[in-house]
Design a protein around this ligand. Sequence first.
Ligand SMILES: [Zn+2]
Ligand SMILES: [Zn+2]
Length: 368
Amino acid sequence: MATMTEAVAGRKTAAPTMKAFVMKRLGEVGFMEKPVPSDPGPTGAIVKTTRALVCTSDTHTVAGAIGERKDLTLGHEAVGIVYKLGREVKGVKEGDRVAVNAITPCYQCENCLRGFPSQCTQMLGGWKFANIKDGVFAEYFHVNDAEANLALIPDKVSDEAAVYTCDMMSTGFAGAENAAIPIGGSVAIFAQGPVGLMATVGARLLGAGLIIAVESVPKRRELALRFGADVVIDFSHTDPVQAILALTQGQGVDSAIESLGSQATFEACVKVTRPGGTVSNVGYHGHGDYLMIPRLEWGVGMGDKTIRTALCPGGKERMRRLLRLLENGRVDPTPLTTHRFRFDQLETAFRMMKTKEDGIIKPLILFD
Ligand SMILES: [Zn+2]
Ligand SMILES: [Zn+2]
């Protein structure tokens, strides 16, 4: 039996716990108690979460796209307040409001130094949250290499807007940047989910002359027009390849962006891109072993068509630029928020993101 003194000491040393929303095993999610992370390490930080977004890629993870995980905290899109800082971290202080990209590279390894930080150490290695370490669906989360990865949120920018920089804006804009759209050029964007819609915004910011979006869901079609598409093709009524060729006098577009992650949309991108054009893939191809390239429309391998891929660019400089677009009113991503939930309702948000019921685009998770 413990003495009084031991019992008191035991209470004193018991680590505080927090609620975390985890992948318990393949196909199973739920809440569990975890210790509040207490040691940021010399170069890390601990952030108190204020707002988060659920991502379709979280549902791919639970379905097994990257293999088995046990009690791994999910989520990679969040903003918050710096709670504890490693002693070597400069440029931020405890109490600052910060955004952290979904991708948190080390900026020291060979792939980072070669200019491909999303592929930190190994392919897709910049993706650490809810992959190789606990994610952000918790009251607190740990950030590696904090000096490179924490971006201060300007006073004028709300948490709800800032949280879109973590993945949706960075990934969607990367889709447009990699598409090499000439000023006044034509671009086709396949699927207008949250990433595709941000690719539409990116294409407009980069000066596309004709933006053709492909989407069937009414709410997403409406947002596509609002965010800058000139034409939206409903693939459930019209063959998008034929329609895009007709809109471009049979020539095809300069650039095509794949923002779904399916064989059908990927191959349509190759088919609608004119010689010399670029296919930019940001869709997450979550299953299957191979993607097929249509041989003839690829110029039997000699059509001068470029296929580029990217994983959400991270790091504080990227984040600062995205936040600047919000600060100066160039972009307002908040119409993507179709639903709001308290943190303790995350299971419902997660289920809806998987089924896409009730016209959901992005569910915002409130931590306070
Ligand atoms: Zn995401
Ligand atoms: Zn690295």
